[in-house]
Design a protein around this ligand. Sequence first.
Ligand SMILES: *Cc1c(COP(=O)(O)O)cnc(C)c1O
Length: 333
Amino acid sequence: MAAPWSELPRATLATLPTPLVPLPRFSEAVGAEIWMKRDDVGELGLAGNKVRKLEFVLADARARGADVVVIVGAAQSNAARATAAACVRLGLDCVVVLSGSPPDSPAGNLLLDRLYGARVRFAGTTDWAELGGFAERVRDELRAAGATPYSLPAGASSTLGAVGFAVAWHELLDQLEAAGVDASTVVHASSSGGTHAGLLTGRALTGGGPRVRGIGVADDIYPDVPGQIAALASGAASLLGLGAAPGPGDLWLDMEHLGDGYAIPTADGVAAIRLLAETEAIVCDPVYSGKALAAVVADARAGALSGPTVFWHTGGWHAVFAPPFSGALLSAG
Ligand SMILES: *Cc1c(COP(=O)(O)O)cnc(C)c1O
């Protein structure tokens, strides 16, 4: 039977399947069996979880005749950087609209945005609603200049973006089966909701599998984060011909590791990043994946994991090369 996404336009951008690997030394250190799904590695533009979404989202942009892609994001947005890279590959122009003001010297993702030739516009605000208004004006300017812009929401988390993670879910189940691992839970960092919504949709399509636990790393991106995730899941489910969308009861979103807010490193997150680096030489970042990893470490040490756990490494390590994150990683301990 053809896969339910086989009719949707899709660009080839991701290096798939991404590896599923055991973490023997890290597992020993935390006292639980932890596996890692490595979306942090890949061939395109230094990878990360956004590349999966962009396969569907940018294929749609092309199908609609767009010639320039506009994406909004935080100053160190991984989605903006991945979009800039993907646009190079697909021959599309890219404008990244970022919150805040330009730093003195571009580092991390911002350096890469520039390197990939994206036009970078700073909105001069960190308020998401105002950022949206600024992006709207950028699109008007582009249209007035004769271009055909295609807009991406923050995190490339449109319904089509979530489809990329419904596909990813199937990829994971195949790998777990081949490895003979009966995982109980999949843990990942969640912000704009496309990853979580897509995995839940995939789980609904396969009728089961490990539970999906999103670790919230942002609380200001939408007024109602769980509602947004549910809406994305129901949109993705209907695109994939699934009768019943995942319900609110399937949503396991844990905000306990957010700390003081989006992009503010936590001591537990930094400690988890260092433990992983020292045991496996794999790098997480303090904005996203490090906070999700902190949840895994805390639960493993508390004996609260009910079986093998898959940590979905969503990428984002580029930010460790940018202030203030580089300093935060080495300040403690
Ligand atoms: C965007 C991002 C996430 C969260 O994914 P969403 O689909 O936006 O919820 C997690 N980790 C990293 C590194 C990211 O860049």
